[in-house]
Design a protein around this ligand. Structure first.
Ligand SMILES: *[C@@H]1O[C@H](CO)[C@@H](O)[C@H](O)[C@H]1NC(C)=O
Ligand SMILES: *[C@@H]1O[C@H](CO)[C@@H](O)[C@H](O)[C@H]1NC(C)=O
Ligand SMILES: *[C@@H]1O[C@H](CO)[C@@H](O)[C@H](O)[C@H]1NC(C)=O
Ligand SMILES: *[C@@H]1O[C@H](CO)[C@@H](O)[C@H](O)[C@H]1NC(C)=O
Ligand SMILES: *[C@@H]1O[C@H](CO)[C@@H](O)[C@H](O)[C@H]1NC(C)=O
Ligand SMILES: *[C@@H]1O[C@H](CO)[C@@H](O)[C@H](O)[C@H]1NC(C)=O
Length: 346
């Protein structure tokens, strides 16, 4: 017997089939959209668990032996600066590095009035290597002035950028726009994610092949570097490097947390929002950052400070002429530290 019931699909018209097909497609789109929204919400809210670690003091760089813990780099400047990096003995004779029981100074030569092939300066690399930790830099004075490019940073110079670079304190020339904190890596480390920081995001891709190796940078306010910082007696930069991410804090001299002053076991989980936050969400911190030395230097001119667009904003003539001729201008070009301390989680 032939059924004429409309519940039998065999008897459905083309129109009905089209209607069903359309309904299925619409449902699929709605479900897809909901799942997609949930997924992008999940991604947008993803944030590492920076819960408290118990830090214990590993290394202290301080006192008359401060500079004994470093190698002095003397090769051709990798950043194309107009500079001659002086060795340990020469730096002591020229008083470019100088340490007492309470303080350490690293400076640019201020005596040569005809430095036609570049001015003498210093670049020190810690003998010890690190792959994580809490780094506390007590800074009295930061270098500044036309042509200068000072930095306090970490990298593995023989495996760059494979082992990454962490720039904790860096500025150029008059340095009136605040400290710049930056990571540089190989491909696959991005910061276009949820972050908790008070600094201003400059760029988000840490890959050295992007934007001519600009890295992923965050900028502090004006008083985090240079003349403004020095006038306040300096302060402390703290950098925490752990698998969940890399964070940096700045504390002016008048507002250093007591657990840093006491020094036994500083606890970043009590310090409030970081100045710069580089979470691991889209960057495997463990694989991108390894085996690093702490480096401090003062470069002159070079690929950043000396680039004509950057140098000519506030500085006279040619960068290399300024370096060669204006010896006394470098009297403000010195680092002064009370101590550097490195803590590891227990
Ligand atoms: C830190 O120390 C406290 C007190 O000893 C302990 O309860 C806690 O589990 C430790 N945290 C870690 C991450 O080891
Ligand atoms: C070296 O520099 C320090 C700090 O500026 C200064 O106190 C000291 O007198 C200098 N030493 C010499 C031999 O010039
Ligand atoms: C500066 O040095 C250059 C090259 O060494 C030399 O030719 C020139 O005479 C020097 N100028 C002065 C004022 O000493
Ligand atoms: C980035 O690093 C690679 C690998 O070392 C290198 O070949 C390249 O020149 C670097 N690019 C820049 C812009 O520094
Ligand atoms: C770590 O760095 C040191 C010094 O730069 C280098 O000699 C050594 O080969 C590096 N180790 C690894 C595993 O890359
Ligand atoms: C030398 O440096 C001082 C201090 O930065 C500056 O005021 C002066 O204009 C400079 N002189 C020349 C010739 O560049």
């Amino acid at each position: 017997m032939k059924s004429s019931s409309s519940t039998n699909p065999r008897n459905w018209s083309k129109k009905v089939w089209l209607g069903i097909a359309a309904a299925v497609i619409i449902i699929a789109i709605i479900v897809g959209a909901v799942v997609g929204v949930r997924e992008s919400e999940r991604r947008a809210n993803a944030y590492p668990d920076y819960s408290k670690l118990n830090y214990s003091l590993l290394d202290t760089y301080a006192g008359t032996g401060f500079f004994d813990n470093f190698d002095y780099f003397t090769g051709y400047d990798p950043s194309s600066g107009f500079v001659h990096y002086v060795d340990a003995q020469g730096s002591q004779i020229l008083n470019l590095t100088y340490a007492t029981s309470s303080t350490a100074i690293l400076r640019v030569d201020t005596t040569d009035t005809n430095a036609t092939t570049g001015r003498k300066s210093v670049r020190i690399t810690s003998k010890k290597l690190y792959s994580k930790g809490l780094f506390v830099f007590d800074i009295v004075n930061t270098p500044y002035g036309c042509s200068t490019w000072p930095a306090l940073w970490l990298t593995d110079p023989s495996n760059w950028p494979t082992h990454g670079e962490i720039d904790v304190v860096e500025a150029v020339n008059g340095a009136t726009t605040g400290n710049q904190m930056t990571l540089h890596t190989t491909k696959g480390c991005e910061m276009d994610r949820k972050r908790k920081e008070t600094g201003k995001v400059l760029t988000k891709d840490c890959y050295n092949g992007t934007d001519s190796n600009a890295g992923c940078g965050v900028q502090g306010s004006q008083d985090t570097y240079g003349q403004a910082l020095n006038a306040n007696g300096g302060g402390v930069y703290a950098m925490e490097w752990r698998s969940e991410g890399i964070r940096m804090w700045f504390f002016p001299r008048s507002n250093i947390p007591s657990d840093i002053t006491e020094g036994a076991s500083p606890d970043p989980s009590t310090w409030g929002t970081a100045l710069a936050d580089f979470p691991s969400t889209d960057c495997n911190i463990g694989s991108h950052f390894q085996n690093q030395s702490i480096i401090a230097n003062i470069d002159l001119c070079g690929s950043w400070a000396g680039s004509s667009a950057v140098y000519s904003t506030g500085c006279p003539g040619l960068c290399t002429d300024f370096v060669a001729n204006n010896a006394t201008a470098f009297e403000t070009a010195f680092w002064q530290w009370n101590s550097w301390k490195v803590y590891l989680p227990v």
